[in-house]
Design a protein around this ligand. Structure first.
Ligand code: SF4
Ligand code: SF4
Length: 165
C-alpha cells in the first residue's frame, strides 16, 4: 500500500538511497534507455496517489527557471506589465537564468495553492519531469530531485527495484 512520504524526512531518506540508485545506473545504463514506458507507468501511478497540496515542497524549495514567455503569461493575471513582473518578482541568478527573487515562491498561498496556477511557468508545469521522454538523460537530476519530491523518490525506488525483463 502506497503511503505518501513525509517530506520532512525525505532529504535524509534520499541521501541514504543515493549510492544504490547510482549503482543501478552504472549497471543498467543501456537498459534504462529503453525503460521510458515503464517509468511513465510508475510516474502516473504514483502521481495519482500523491496529493501535491499536502506537500508544495517544490514551490518552497526549488527556484524554477523562468523564460520571457513565462513572464508574458504571468503578467496577464497579475495585470502588470512584463517589466513590472520582472522588477517585482524576479532576479538573475549566478547561472544567468531568470528565477524568483526569493523562495518560497511569492505565488504560493498558505493553503499550498498557486495563485497563478493557470499561468504558472513552464518549469512548474513540467516538474518533477519523471514523465518526460528519454528519462535516462535526467537520471542524475532525478537523484537530486528525490530529496525534494516524494514522487521522484518513489519513482527512483520502484525503477531500481524493477527486475530484468
Ligand atoms: S511535485 Fe513533488 S515536490 Fe512538488 S508538490 Fe508535488 S509531490 Fe511535492
Ligand atoms: S508559480 Fe505556482 S507552481 Fe510555480 S513555484 Fe510558484 S506557487 Fe509553485
Amino acid at each position: 500500500m502506497y503511503k505518501q512520504i513525509d517530506f520532512n524526512i525525505l532529504s535524509d531518506l534520499a541521501k541514504k538511497r543515493e549510492p544504490e540508485w547510482k549503482r543501478f545506473l552504472t549497471k543498467n545504463k543501456k537498459r534504462i534507455e529503453k525503460m521510458d514506458t515503464k517509468i511513465h507507468e510508475i510516474h502516473s501511478e504514483i502521481s495519482k496517489k500523491t496529493n501535491c497540496l499536502e506537500c508544495a515542497n517544490c514551490c518552497r524549495a526549488l527556484g524554477p527557471r523562468i523564460t520571457d514567455k513565462d513572464v508574458e503569461r504571468m503578467a496577464k493575471p497579475l495585470r502588470m506589465k512584463t517589466s513590472e513582473v520582472i522588477s517585482k518578482y524576479l532576479r538573475i541568478d549566478e547561472d544567468g537564468d531568470m528565477v524568483f527573487l526569493s523562495m518560497p515562491c511569492p505565488f504560493l498561498g498558505n493553503d499550498n495553492y498557486c495563485s497563478i496556477y493557470e499561468s504558472r511557468p513552464k518549469a512548474c508545469r513540467e516538474y518533477p519531469h519523471t514523465d518526460r521522454k528519454r528519462f535516462y538523460q535526467i537520471y542524475n537530476l532525478s537523484i537530486k530531485n528525490a530529496s525534494t519530491c516524494p514522487i521522484v523518490y518513489e519513482v527512483m525506488e520502484r525503477l531500481t527495484a524493477t527486475p530484468n525483463p
